[in-house]
Write a protein that binds this ligand. Structure first.
Ligand SMILES: NC(=O)c1ccc[n+]([C@@H]2O[C@H](COP(=O)([O-])OP(=O)(O)OC[C@H]3O[C@@H](n4cnc5c(N)ncnc54)[C@H](O)[C@@H]3O)[C@@H](O)[C@H]2O)c1
Length: 369
């Protein structure tokens, strides 16, 4: 079966002397962040920058020192030898670029979303498994100190049973030419939920509602809801049209509630010892109505979090998963779980928000890395 609980970060074996060689493909907005982190990592040598726009590739290569540049993945594979590639091109190109690199024997890191469709993502996961290569998704938030702490608190039972998750990711965003707001922003929320819940992201069905009040041709405002285990519920609100920026996730638990405000560096996480207790669970409906409800109003605390760049930890995890021959914490399969939900959300949108079933990977992916 596919493992849902990833191994610990950096398992602690001695780092080999020779760094692995990486090429970053895509030198637009996000690629330079990856390149900078590969360049400064002791695990990696940044061996090449690739962009079909050579001016962009050269600008980045010059900013980082003397890094060779190439204008296509074919040119890269023909002219230099790398162990791995990191793909930061638009989502519609991920599958084609990744397949070329995998068939050339390279390990692959792919930006979110893993692919432009579930079918293409599944092909990438299958191909990497057949060739015994690492396929990792850059679910960047999963490497932030805040999300690592949230995962730890849930795993330690500090919040109790998760009762609800409410995630808000709204701001004035770039209206993307090829994807709607769900495919652009919700991969973040979905990958975080996949990472922090012990069972991962496995809803049976999702319901999505979107709006396009400016007539751009795609949803710019999106609401996504799905059930979590034991009657709990998750809601994700993504929006490109909000003049105020909010990055907030509330995780309500039977013991405590956690609020993560990513825009508040002084207190990103607050844990509230507040909640509702149902004193008596009675057999009949009438008795239940009479059950006593009480409210806990306890302390609030804020865990100290180290200041650390997530991408530094992410590239270290990529190297460790390659060297350890194990799935990365945010593996291709994790990327596929996110695609499953996004695709179901798109179907729900077409059906005016009706529940849409989410595909299940388990049978198809038995034994994959
Ligand atoms: N992890 C995160 O937090 C995060 C943040 C932003 C973007 N992203 C993801 O990063 C990816 C890139 O987004 P962006 O905003 O940097 O895009 P961008 O358009 O700014 O840059 C993409 C670059 O890829 C190049 N390119 C396109 N196709 C190519 C190909 N076949 N071969 C070589 N070069 C090619 C383009 O010339 C361009 O320079 C997307 O998947 C996006 O979702 C992730």
């Amino acid at each position: 079966m596919v493992s849902t609980s990833p191994p610990p970060l950096n398992p602690g074996y001695a780092r080999p002397a020779a760094p692995l060689k990486a090429a970053v493909i895509g030198a637009g907005y996000w690629g330079p962040n990856l390149a900078r982190n590969f360049k400064s990592s002791p695990d990696w040598k940044l061996a090449a920058i690739v962009d079909m726009d050579m001016a962009r590739a050269l600008k980045l290569a010059n900013a980082l020192g003397d890094v060779p540049v190439f204008s296509s993945v074919e040119e890269l594979l023909a002219e230099t030898d790398v162990d791995a590639v990191a793909i930061a091109t638009p989502a519609r190109t991920h599958h084609e670029v990744a397949l070329k690199a995998l068939h050339a024997g390279k390990h692959v890191l792919v930006e979110k979303p893993l692919a432009a469709s579930r079918e293409l993502g599944l092909d990438m996961v299958d191909t990497a498994a057949e060739l015994s290569l690492t396929l990792m998704a850059d679910h960047t938030y999963c490497y932030t100190p805040a999300v690592l702490k949230i995962r730890e608190l849930i795993e330690a039972g500090e919040l109790g049973e998760v009762l609800f998750i409410d995630s808000v990711r709204i701001n004035l965003g770039l209206i993307q030419p090829d994807v709607d707001v769900f495919w652009d922003l919700a991969p973040h929320d979905l990958s975080i939920i996949d990472f922090i819940l012990p069972g991962g992201l496995r809803p049976e069905a999702v319901s999505a509602q979107g709006a396009d009040p400016l007539g751009t041709g795609r949803s710019c405002i999106g609401h996504l809801t799905f059930a979590l285990p034991n009657g709990a519920m998750a809601h994700i609100n993504v929006n490109w049209l909000s003049p105020t920026k909010i990055r907030q996730m509330v995780i309500g638990g039977s013991k405590r509630t956690l609020v993560w405000d990513d825009l508040n560096p002084q207190q990103r996480i607050s844990v509230y010892d507040r909640g509702v207790n149902l004193e008596k669970v009675s057999a009949t409906a009438d008795e239940r109505k009479a059950s006593a409800v009480s409210y806990r109003l306890g302390d609030t605390w804020s865990p100290a979090l180290p200041e650390r760049e997530a991408l530094g930890l992410m590239v270290a995890e990529f190297a460790d998963s390659i060297r350890g021959h194990r799935p990365a914490r945010t593996s291709g399969v994790a990327g596929l779980r996110v695609l499953n939900v996004l695709e179901a959300a798109s179907r729900s949108l077409e059906n005016q928000g009706q529940n849409s079933f989410v595909a299940d990977n388990e049978v198809l992916l038995e034994g994959t890395r």
